[in-house]
Write a protein that binds this ligand. Structure first.
Ligand code: ASP
Ligand code: MG
Length: 410
């Protein structure tokens, strides 16, 4: 008898019929002889609606109150799902994050899970129940309810899988799985059968739709995660360690797993920084303190004792980053700060690319043939990223996708 953790997203639970569909799927899994723990997101757009409701009574909702409010979205879906299962004659128990033993720090709105004590879940399972856990939430040591960040029911699912030593973690959503590119930009994008954790992390942080932290957890605890549709029985995409290994030893011309895109990019450049030990730390520490995450970082070579430093941030962080950088620029005696928005990142992702020649050149040629100019380039072991104009993103993603993921399968 296997223990399976399943997660159902909000779009799979948008109304009573959808909830009954999920109940039937869970029942089927149990009928196959497996134990099931399911975690759920809030129904449809409930979380957004609760946030606007909070804003209608307060311009800055109190973080503690907001988290307790948002946690109710998942309580609604998990209790309804348990009722649906019971009406089918099955034993089912719903639990809040706190009842399920999910302990977090006190960072409201973006709390981190510190431990999971699944005693109650195990008891309920042992008593023959299907256990439904409210996703996206936990409780602090001093009994405040917290939420784990937008989209974080995925994190609940993987954390529960780790704590329960589950045999499988299955994430059910409204799409067929993970794609080789964003299908809205690249209509020829194909569903992947498998992908490695690190590759998925790059794809996730570049716009595909799973909470990155859930992939990190899966990687650390080595939990294979299946992402599949809740609407049919197609096989979905398996995220697992073996995928990375097979890619690295696979066919040398075909190691690109997917094309990642991100359109919400602003580039900040600090000009004429006096070159001395510590100037980079002086720039990035205040950004970290302001909770602004920095992505592509490029420093030019030193000319006449000065250097330029360029990095990208999320477009939404632009004003805050500029305020921080203007101050730092004066403090360290740099010549000034510039910002450019309306940019995008396009990346090829695949493990083993580093050990095989020709990927960068083919990517640059594909962009050149599409008459797209490249602003900044960075690479990591499994990724090559170009910063380009946001208005070119569709053309760029399609050109690169055809260069690697359509032609190479000929
Ligand atoms: N309901 C939460 C959100 O909308 C969590 C989730 O869907 O995973 O962000
Ligand atoms: Mg999600």
């Amino acid at each position: 008898m296997a223990l399976i953790v399943q997660k159902y997203g909000g779009s799979s639970l948008h109304d009573g019929d959808a909830i009954q569909n999920v109940a039937r799927r869970i029942a089927r899994t149990q009928n196959q002889g497996d134990k099931v723990v399911a975690t759920v997101s809030a129904m449809g757009n409930t979380t957004d609606e609760l946030i606007s409701l909070a804003r209608s009574v307060s311009t800055e909702p109190h973080p503690r109150e907001l988290d307790l409010l948002l946690s109710t979205g998942e309580l609604v879906s998990c209790t309804l799902l348990a009722m649906g299962l019971r009406s089918m004659g099955l034993n089912a128990v719903s639990l809040s994050g706190a009842q399920a033993g999910i302990h977090t720090n006190a960072k409201f709105g973006n709390a981190k899970i510190q431990s999971v004590e699944p005693t109650r879940i195990i008891q309920d399972l042992d008593n023959g129940n299907i256990v439904i856990v409210a996703g996206f939430q936990g409780i602090t040591d001093d009994m405040n309810v917290t939420t784990l960040g937008r989209g974080a029911s995925d994190i609940t699912a993987v954390a529960l899988s780790a704590a329960l030593n589950a045999d499988r973690c299955e994430i059910y959503t409204d799409v067929a799985g993970i794609y080789t590119a964003d299908p809205r930009l690249v209509p020829k994008a194909q569903k992947l059968n498998e992908v490695g954790f690190e590759e998925m992390l790059e794809l996730a942080s570049y716009g595909a739709k799973m909470a990155p932290r859930s992939i990190e957890l899966g990687m650390v605890y080595d939990i294979p995660i299946l992402v599949a549709s809740s609407l049919n029985d197609e096989p979905g995409t398996l995220i697992h360690r073996g995928a990375e290994m097979s890619n690295s030893i696979g066919e040398i011309r075909n190691r690109v797993r997917g094309v990642a895109t991100d359109i919400n990019v602003t580039k900040i450049t600090l000009l004429g920084i006096p070159n001395r030990p510590g100037s980079e730390a002086d720039v990035f520490e205040p950004l970290a303190d302001a909770d602004i995450s920095v992505d592509v970082i490029v420093q030019s070579t030193v000319v006449d004792g000065h250097t330029d430093l360029t990095f990208t941030i999320k477009g939404t962080d632009k004003e805050r980053a500029l305020a921080v950088m203007t101050k730092i620029s004066q403090e360290i005696g740099a010549c000034g700060v510039t910002a450019a928005d309306g940019l995008a990142k396009v990346s090829i992702v695949g493990s083993g690319m580093q050990d095989a020649p020709g990927y960068a050149s083919r990517m640059f040629r594909a962009l050149a043939d599409a008459e797209i100019s490249i602003d900044v380039i960075t690479t990591s072991e499994i990724r090559i990223t170009c910063v380009i104009d946001a208005c070119d993103i569709k053309k760029a993603a399609q050109a690169i996708h055809s260069a690697f993921l359509v032609e190479s399968t000929e």
